[in-house]
Design a protein around this ligand. Structure first.
Ligand SMILES: Nc1ncnc2c1ncn2[C@@H]1O[C@H](COP(=O)(O)OP(=O)(O)OP(=O)(O)O)[C@@H](O)[C@H]1O
Length: 253
């Protein structure tokens, strides 16, 4: 990817493996699962990457490791200037809070808080003062200004997901990880969410990593990385739904 030569790399994974089961320290499981078998990848700042692959290929495991939610068995992961695989659990928790945004399939908004309170909650927990100009920019771009005083139950799925995206962007994170962000949405709302994620990379230089099963969703990314049996089985730049579908079919043999 030529962008790597021009822009800094936000995330780098080198030789990442993850073993679940008796081979893994502290595990009571009886069968060994090699969920990741040596993943190398780099994501340049301001790029939108989609991770795809068949069920069980290691997508969630890779995302959890890249986001510092889980620790690989071996290998290194660096986010900006920090090797997160060298951090303690406590330091990883701080890093997630300060430098990573999450968008979930199920939104995970707190029902008793209104939109604005949901967006600000992670900053409040971190004891950080919101950057009002930045929040205004995000709220304006997402067109959710008239939804901020409503509770999640008063919003459609697409509106809730936009609140979820504003929450993820509020702290200007190094990376936003989106886990099937359109999985619960109708096609039109899903398109809006994907268009905004792409817009955030172009307009704000936001780096986005998304796990999805949907070739149409993946086609919004700059690059699709295909996992197979815990390895990178291929990648596609400037994907279209057709090229993604073809690549997936080829991957499965
Ligand atoms: N906590 C765990 N303990 C044991 N095995 C696990 C654990 N989590 C995942 N696995 C196994 O690791 C492999 C990769 O799982 P992972 O959830 O990363 O795949 P995935 O590509 O995200 O799958 P899906 O598309 O079905 O969500 C699978 O074989 C899975 O059963």
């Amino acid at each position: 990817m030529t962008a790597n030569l021009l822009t800094p790399t936000t995330i780098r994974a080198a030789g990442v493996t993850k073993v679940y089961g008796p081979g893994a320290a502290g595990s009571g499981a009886t069968a060994t699962v090699h969920a990741l078998r040596g993943v190398d990848l780099g994501i340049a700042q301001g790029r939108f990457m989609a991770i795809m692959g068949p069920s069980g290929s290691g997508k969630s495991t890779l995302m959890h490791c890249l986001a510092g939610l889980d620790r690989p068995t071996s290998g290194t992961i660096t986010i900006e200037d920090t090797e997160i695989t060298a951090l303690s659990e406590r330091q990883r928790t701080d890093l997630r809070r300060d430098r990573i945004g999450f968008v979930f399939q199920q939104y995970h908004l707190l029902p008793e808080l209104n939109g604005s309170e949901n967006i600000l909650l992670p900053l409040e927990i971190a004891g950080r003062r919101p950057d009002r100009d930045w929040l205004d920019t995000v709220v304006g771009a997402l067109q959710i200004g008239d939804q901020l005083d409503r509770k999640p139950s008063e919003l459609s799925g697409g509106q809730q997901q936009r609140i979820g995206i504003a929450r993820a962007l509020a702290a200007r994170p190094a990376v936003v990880f989106a886990d099937e962000p359109t999985g619960n949405l109708d096609a039109a709302s899903g398109r809006d969410v994907l268009e905004f994620l792409r817009y955030s990379t172009r307009e704000f230089g936001q780096t986005v990593v998304m796990v999805t099963h949907d070739p149409t969703a993946a086609a919004y990314a700059d690059r699709v990385v295909l996992l197979l049996d815990g390895r990178v089985g291929g990648s596609l730049d400037a994907p279209t739904p057709e090229t993604v579908l073809n690549a997936l079919q080829k991957l499965r043999g």
